[in-house]
Design a protein. Sequence first.
Length: 66
Amino acid sequence: MKEITVSSTQNLQNEIKYSGEAASLIGDEPVEAGGDGAGPDPYTLLLSALGTCTSITLKLYARQKG
């Protein structure tokens, strides 16, 4: 499992880094909630992760079953 590091940067922004990868993500709140709107809010990130996990799981299961 990859190591995840979350660092608070400016205002409500957080940089999300994961080991072994050069890329990173920015999590933020929308402007109307006091953030800068620089990235998805935590709720959106969570729903995206769950949706991605479900989609990949179903695709792998379908492949296995032919």
